[in-house]
Design a protein around this ligand. Structure first.
Ligand SMILES: O=C(O)[C@@H](CO)OP(=O)(O)O
Length: 249
């Protein structure tokens, strides 16, 4: 059996990434830099001959548009696409729409990092009628209320992402395809945690940069041949991941 290749791609910079605001499920668009990052991501795919056969995205604009721009640049705009809320960014609860720097100053380093990067401490829940709540958003209308998050920690994200991983992504990999998953910083951290079996403590230090494809070759047990996979631009990925880690400072 030849297992296909997995390519993870975090969306390009969004308008709220640039403003340093917690975003979560708020449907913010890419900014011009993010569009350029997505284009470069697609060029990298093409330069490396890593041509996706199928793409999976979240239902959020920044991931959808990143995949479209990248696939256009790689001449793979025509491949089948599937979208699912289970690939969405982590729901940031009451922090959605809040400034990261102000939050850090108000609550201090320890609480800020617990909310941002701990495996199992979710931020406070958001009110259903909050201006940054998605409770009434039509794209989630078919979801039973108990599945609609009011906040999520990374553990919650992993638990809701895994059913989609096994039901939709794994079958594509097992049929030998090159599978692009275009998603978000924290939903991709959850998938990486699962693939590389990263400990709950170590995952706090892992940051995923925007717009740089991360390639995973998998063995027959769907375990990475090389732990951590390989970024198509490793130097830039290192710099950009460090910038994500220091947000709010
Ligand atoms: O705001 C968010 O939704 C995420 C990703 O941009 O932020 P963080 O990296 O702080 O988890």
């Amino acid at each position: 059996m030849t297992v296909g290749t997995l390519v993870l791609l975090r969306h390009g910079e969004s308008e709220w990434n640039a403003k340093n605001l917690f975003t979560g499920w708020v449907d913010v668009d890419l900014n011009a830099k993010g569009e350029a990052e997505a284009r470069r991501g697609g060029e990298l795919l093409k330069e490396h001959g890593l041509l996706p056969d199928v793409v999976h995205t979240s239902v959020l604009r920044r991931a959808i548009r990143t995949s479209e721009i990248a696939l256009h640049a790689a001449d793979r705009h025509w491949i089948p696409v599937r979208r699912h809320w289970r690939l969405n960014e982590r729901h940031y609860g009451a922090l959605q729409g809040k400034d990261k720097k102000q939050t850090l100053q108000e609550y201090g380093e320890e609480q800020f990092m617990l909310w941002r990067r701990s495996y199992d401490t979710p931020p406070p829940p958001i009110g259903e009628n909050d201006e940054f709540s998605q409770f009434a958003d039509p794209r989630y209308a078919a979801l039973p209320p108990e599945l609609k998050p009011r906040t999520e920690c990374l553990k919650d994200v992993l638990e809701r992402a895994l059913p989609y991983w096994y039901d939709a992504v794994v079958p594509d990999l097992l049929s030998g395809q090159t599978v692009l998953v275009a998603a978000h910083g924290n939903s991709l951290r959850a998938i990486v945690k699962h693939l590389d079996q990263v400990s709950d403590e170590a995952i706090a230090k892992l940051n995923i940069p925007t717009g740089i494809p991360l390639r995973y070759d998998l063995d027959d047990n769907l375990r990475p041949v090389t732990a951590g996979g390989a970024y198509l631009d490793p130097e830039l990925a290192k710099e950009a991941a460090a910038a994500v880690a220091s947000q709010g400072r």
